[in-house]
Design a protein around this ligand. Structure first.
Ligand SMILES: Nc1ncnc2c1ncn2[C@@H]1O[C@H](COP(=O)(O)OP(=O)(O)OP(=O)(O)O)[C@@H](O)[C@H]1O
Length: 949
């Protein structure tokens, strides 16, 4: 960003700068991709362009600094409340380098020494205040060497013959590593582009690091920032910030060297060199941001390589359309996570997210989780007790990270102890649980009695936040400390007795003994009594109405007290860091306990949800999906009269689902996918009964109808996603298609929908749910044995329709678009007119020179499609190649042709019928009543482009 790097004004005056600004200049040069927050006393200051940018972004005052070399814009934020400012800067796309004074100003001879102690970036925040409850990842991506550029899968057509791109040996491959610096979780994997993209989608890193120089077009030193497609690391689609980092860190030797600070034999851990490079480069970046040297993040000891194929693949599109973590508006209300997340502690909350992100493929692992959930569901008392205890569990995964990094305070240690105190009780609560997964976890719960005992003995029950000012270490833990405290106590007692003694000795009743920070202990005598002051009193301070004195003995005692107190504080700090280091040495054990606690929390939660919401344990078999009385886990919580529905797709069917708008098609499809996903997570499912296959991947393609503004580009995206489904789905996949084809003309859309359905049935064999308003699609079932039609029923009495939300076998009769419009409150005049038009045909039909179909052909026939009723253009245009008899039944005069032009395009090719301008003729001939809003908008968009050309 332009506000980072050395300020232009200072570059010009580099040699003249004062020592302090010179120091600032050097740091801005060294950390040239960050805003440097430069400590000056109680403030972090920024200068020149950086100050202006910060003032704008943070809405703080821009001031000036003047010295002999000039005037510099300056802005500052208070040190003791810096977190919110840093957060705002991160949100605005900046990285922030914190340059602290690392020398006591009183000891500095010249300018105080300063150093960057931390670079805060979106992916590497560790401050509690800046961290959300979930994981914050930073990822690194490395492209494998010696791979030729592979073809783009999205463009590789819909045939499933093997191509170069399919051949595992010829596809472009990447390695990707992820770290959560706040917990120490570290994972590495590699694979072809789509697999790595899935991993990036799944873990949604806040930042992606790549070797500098690879993507920086203008200057190799230019640090790119987020949000710009041009900066997409290796062409991956990532939401987070993109950070180019020192390329050498990703070199094999350097990466190995970095890794050796964390794992004993790096080479043995990875399967491919690029994985080692990605992991080493990422660790080097993590060290750089945390201001530590090689090996300085020792709590990252769990560098794990994983295989993405171990889990069900659920890409970002599927996660979004199934609203697993986020609803369609991007919020977290009414999501699957929201329904399930009644976890007791932060550890469990993060673990649940992990589980939902990566449903399992391994039947045994699924069964193990199910066994645990089942037993916990049955043992209500044990479950409730365990959940209660887990509520007292702190986020010890992050806590132990702070311990390892020397950032934990005494309260953190005490919180760790409080958590460890829970473990014996938790083990007892689960003592009767018999199934292997629960027994194993119970046994894996290390009580860490040593750590618990140490902290219990060493740290007082309610320690202060500061660890340098005493009051942290418990009495009896250390003899030296006890002696110092005794000396201090004794001195204070002596002082406490002094007042009474001196009053007696001097006869001054108003004499007082006091203490202040500046002058220490004193004896205060009011002016009228000054003549009675004994000789051994020395004057210390004169006030308006009194004088303050000390005696040689008081002075001596004061020195003893203060000396003892100071030495006690120092000793305490020393002891505290010793304890902290001892705990840090057990970090791995704590992390293991944390992960068992996390799993237990999730298992208890899933059991609780199962009981609370009446879920059942699904069985797994070899046949396709068979659900009885299935429910949508989220919609059933908001819809008081949710109607359960069956889904019998045992032959791995392609289900074509029709029904009026709003009847429940999307909900139904999503509920089947969510039931499947939950089942593979190991959870029970919202149904009366479910027998399911293990699905390798869930694909979703939701039509463009909701996204009119996106226009043509949305359709393009839709088709790209469709291509990837057709290419990547297997017979073990579950495919959801919701109104695919809606983003283009009705004719094209229907043709595509038809062909896609055939392809999925004939070539792919994936279990498919296809919700559509193209009713003619239901006819495919006549010629394909595994294609089945389902539709949603409504109850119609007079003009009123009631949605029954229940699915039945067979094709739907109509769309009831007008009835839905009426329900939505469209004015009665419009509704009546629509009904007339349905009955009588559209005026445009009669006037059109192309109309070959009689409007009356579609009248009063509930089975007629909107398209057939209103369009019916019989003419053939070059742009549509699918033959009409592919789709039509050919038996009646409601024959549907696929050669129908889009509202605009075919007309535009024709000369004006009325002899006016082409545009005029087009407008006149437009059959507006038959167009969807999207078609109208697309038409308008095309005309605009023509005019603009
Ligand atoms: N099984 C059900 N029981 C009760 N209410 C339901 C059920 N399914 C859906 N609904 C309600 O109906 C609304 C519409 O459902 P949904 O979006 O699934 O309809 P749709 O047929 O896909 O509509 P469209 O074709 O317009 O996209 C939902 O928001 C929900 O409130």
């Amino acid at each position: 960003m332009e506000a980072t790097g050395p300020p232009a004004k200072m570059v010009d005056r580099r040699e003249e700068l004062t020592p302090m600004l010179s120091q600032y200049f050097d740091l801005t040069q060294e950390y040239d991709d960050a805003l440097v927050l430069f400590q000056v006393g109680d403030f972090y200051e920024l200068f020149c362009e950086a100050a202006e940018a910060a003032a704008r972004t943070l809405e703080i005052t821009l001031t000036k600094r003047e010295d002999s070399t000039g005037t510099y814009p300056m802005a500052g934020v208070p040190i003791d409340n810096v977190a919110p400012y840093v957060e705002t800067l991160l949100d605005a796309g900046y990285r922030v380098a914190i340059a602290d004074q690392v020398q006591d100003p009183s000891e500095a001879t010249g300018v105080v020494e300063r150093a960057v102690t931390q670079v805060v970036t979106p992916g590497t925040v560790v401050d509690e205040e800046l961290l959300g409850a979930g994981n914050t990842y930073v990822a690194s991506v490395v492209r494998e060497a010696d791979r030729s550029e592979a073809s783009n899968r999205a463009g590789s057509g819909t045939t499933r013959e093997a191509t170069d791109a399919d051949d595992p040996d010829h596809r472009e491959r990447f390695a990707v590593a992820f770290v959560d610096v706040s917990t120490g979780e570290f994972r590495v994997t590699s694979g072809p582009r789509d697999v790595v993209q899935d991993e990036l989608d799944r873990l949604a890193p806040a930042e992606v690091v790549t070797a500098r120089g690879e993507f920086d077009r203008d200057s190799p030193d230019d640090a790119s920032t987020d949000g710009n497609d041009d900066d997409a690391p290796h062409g991956f689609d990532v939401r987070g910030m993109h950070t180019p980092f020192r390329a050498s860190a990703f070199d094999g030797d350097d990466a190995r060297e970095t890794l050796s600070g964390y794992v004993p034999t790096p080479d043995a851990l990875f399967e491919r060199p690029a994985e080692l490079q990605a992991a080493g480069g990422l660790l080097a970046y993590a060290e750089y941001t945390q201001g530590v040297d090689s090996g300085g993040l020792e709590y990252i000891s769990r560098v794990q390589r994983y295989d993405p194929r171990e889990g069900m693949r659920v890409d970002a599109t599927a996660l979004r359309s199934l609203e697993v973590f986020e609803n369609r508006e991007g919020g977290d209300a009414h999501t699957l996570l929201g329904v399930l997340d009644t976890t007791s502690c932060a550890l469990g909350r993060r673990e649940l997210t992990h589980w939902l992100r990566r449903p399992l493929l391994d039947r045994e692992r699924i069964a193990a989780r199910q066994d645990a959930v089942e037993e916990l569901a049955d043992r209500a008392f044990a479950r409730e007790e365990a959940r209660d205890l887990l509520r007292d569990v702190y986020d010890i995964e992050r806590l132990v990270t702070r311990v390892s990094r020397g950032r934990a305070n005494a309260r953190d240690l005490r919180a760790l102890k409080d958590t460890l105190d829970v473990i014996p009780e938790l083990k007892a609560a689960l003592g009767d649980c018999e199934c292997d997964p629960l027994r194993e976890r119970r046994e894996a719960l290390d009580e860490l009695a040593d750590v618990r005992g140490l902290v219990g003995r060493a740290i007082v029950e309610e320690p202060p936040i500061e660890v340098t000012e005493g009051g942290v270490i418990a009495d009896g833990y250390d003899d030296d400390l006890d002696d110092l405290r005794a000396a201090e106590r004794e001195g204070r007692e002596w002082v406490a007795d002094l007042e009474a003694g001196e009053r007696e000795r001097t006869g001054i009743d108003s004499l007082k003994v006091g203490y202040n920070e500046v002058h220490g202990y004193y004896i205060e005598v009011t002016n009228p009594n000054l003549d009675r002051v004994p000789d051994d009193y020395t004057r210390r301070q004169t006030l308006k109405n009194s004088e303050r004195f000390y005696t040689p003995e008081l002075k001596q005692r004061e020195d003893e007290i203060l000396g003892a107190s100071e030495r006690a504080d120092t000793r305490e700090y020393h002891l505290f860091t010793e304890v902290r280091d001892e705990v840090a040495a057990e970090a791995e054990r704590v992390q293991r306990v944390a992960s068992v606690l996390a799993e237990l929390d999730v298992l208890c939660t899933l059991a609780d949800v199962a009981v609370d919401r009446n879920y059942v344990r699904p069985a797994f078999g070899e046949e396709g999906i068979h659900v009885e009385g299935g429910r949508h886990p989220v919609v059933e919580t908001t819809e008081p009269r949710f109607v359960p529905n069956d889904a019998d797709l045992r032959e791995r069917n392609v289900a074509v689902i029709t029904g009026p708008n709003m009847s429940g098609k999307s909900t139904y499809m999503r509920q089947i996918a969510l039931v499947q996903l939950l089942a593979q997570v190991g959870s029970f499912v919202p149904a009366d009964r479910a027998r399911l296959p293990v699905v390798d991947r869930i694909f979703t393609r939701v039509g463009a109808s909701d996204d009119i503004a996106g226009g043509a580009s949305t359709f393009m995206r839709e088709m790209r996603e469709l291509t990837s489904i057709l290419h990547d789905a297997t017979e073990d996949s579950l495919v959801l298609l919701d109104e695919v084809g809606r983003g283009t003309s009705t004719a094209d859309g229907r043709a595509i929908a038809w062909a896609v359905t055939e392809f999925l049935h004939d070539e792919v064999g994936a279990t498919t749910l296809f919700a559509t308003h193209y009713h003619e699609l239901t006819r495919i079932a006549e010629s394909r044995e595994r294609i089945r039609n389902f539709h949603f029923t409504i109850d119609r009495s007079g003009d009123e329709v009631t949605f029954l939300h229940s699915v039945v076998e067979g094709a739907s009769e109509a769309s009831y678009g007008v009835e839905v419009a009426q329900l939505a409150g469209v004015p009665g005049t419009v509704i009546d007119r629509s009904r007339d038009l349905i009955d009588d045909g559209l005026p445009g039909d009669a006037g059109s020179t192309r109309t070959t179909e009689s409007p009356s052909a579609a009248t009063n026939d509930a089975t007629a499609e909107p398209a057939a009723r209103t369009n019916g253009y019989g003419e053939h245009t070059d742009s549509h190649t699918t033959r009409s008899d592919d789709l039509s039944s050919g038996t009646d005069d409601r024959q549907i042709t696929l050669d129908e032009p889009t509202a605009g395009e075919a007309v535009a090719d024709e000369p004006s019928a009325a002899g006016g301008s082409t545009l005029e003729a087009e407008i006149r001939d437009l059959n507006i009543a038959s167009m969807t809003p999207l078609e109208a908008l697309t038409w308008l968009h095309e005309r605009q482009r023509e005019v603009q050309r």
